[in-house]
Ligand binder design. Structure first.
Ligand code: SF4
Ligand code: SF4
Length: 302
């Protein structure tokens, strides 16, 4: 299902206010600014009269003494209550000082807001010169428009698979030549051809057995999208500082809990469909028991 980006724009505050003046509304309008550097200059602009409530999510203390302007650090029950049955406009501004943690906070606020108010939000405005952060926010908003968890998870999953593919390809980390990766050629891998695409099993004693070319390797290419494999780097690459962890990825960290991040980190040689099924499993085991029972965990260099 292709999600629409029709209500997602990228405009300055001034252009956006002019744009709003040209729209017609049947309900009151609430405006939510998500801007870590929100300041009073903005209120000097010509703000459309139709906007009845302003909410500012910012780490800065905003003390403007403007009626109906509320400032908080994140989405809370009061915002959800006051925006109930209004048309909502959400404007997100990413500033130079924003870092991975502030982007995570923004996405978590969007998750809380969109979960409850999805049908009332009529416009999203995203402003960012940082393309990576812009894409994370955009993809979060798109993912949150899906009605089913499976579709939402698949969207996030595919987005990160594509991101990892692009990163590996752009940097040529594995440097394949004649079917041999750099670790194969340097003779620091278990096999000397086809990189590390060899699946195996553990015996009851924890030894590795039945190592063979992965069944998903077709015509020298992976025929499924295994995110765990895509996050993997061998010792040779890790020693060069090339390491990817599910928990360090902004989108994965925001959309998946600790158990789900574990699923994403420990299911090598498994199809995308099976991994998504596992992400959707509704088990209530405490994380530590889940961790101990998680048989797919592979603590060795492949
Ligand atoms: S991760 Fe290491 S072993 Fe696997 S393909 Fe890349 S360089 Fe080769
Ligand atoms: S599932 Fe993993 S090991 Fe198998 S072909 Fe794909 S990337 Fe290689």
């Amino acid at each position: 299902m292709e999600q629409s980006k029709n209500n997602i724009v990228s405009m300055s505050y001034n252009d956006m206010f002019s744009h709003i003046n040209n729209l017609s509304f049947s309900k009151k309008v609430s405006f939510i600014f998500i801007d870590s550097k929100f300041n009073s200059d903005l209120m000097k602009l010509k703000i459309p009269n139709i906007i009845s409530n302003f909410f500012v999510l910012s780490n800065n203390k905003v003390d403007l003494h403007i009626p109906h302007l509320y400032c908080y650090k994140k989405i809370n029950k009061k915002i959800l209550k006051l925006t109930y049955n209004t048309s909502i406009i959400v404007s997100i501004k990413i500033n130079d000082s924003d870092d991975d943690n502030s982007i995570k906070n923004i996405i978590k606020s969007l998750i809380s807001l969109i979960k409850i108010q999805k049908n009332n939000i009529i416009l999203y405005n995203i402003n960012s010169v940082n393309t990576k952060y812009y894409n994370y926010i955009l993809n979060s908003i798109i993912a949150l428009q899906f009605n089913s968890k499976r579709e939402q998870y698949e969207y996030i999953y595919d987005t990160i698979c594509d991101e990892l593919d692009e990163t590996f390809s752009q940097n040529n980390y594995c440097d394949f030549k004649n079917d041999k990766c750099i670790a194969n050629r340097e003779k620091v891998s278990t096999k000397d051809i086809m990189g590390c695409c060899y699946s195996f099993k553990y015996t009851a004693l924890g030894n590795i057995t039945d190592r063979h070319l992965c069944k998903y390797l077709n015509n020298k290419k992976c025929s499924t999208k295994c995110l765990t494999c895509k996050l993997y780097t061998c010792k040779y690459l890790k020693d060069k500082g090339i390491i990817f962890k599910a928990k360090d990825n902004i989108l994965l960290n925001c959309f998946f809990n600790k158990k789900q991040l574990r699923v994403l980190s420990s299911n090598y040689f498994i199809s995308k469909e099976k991994i998504i099924d596992k992400l959707l499993e509704n088990d209530h085991l405490p994380y530590i028991i889940y961790y101990i029972m998680n048989k797919e965990y592979i603590p060795v260099d492949l």
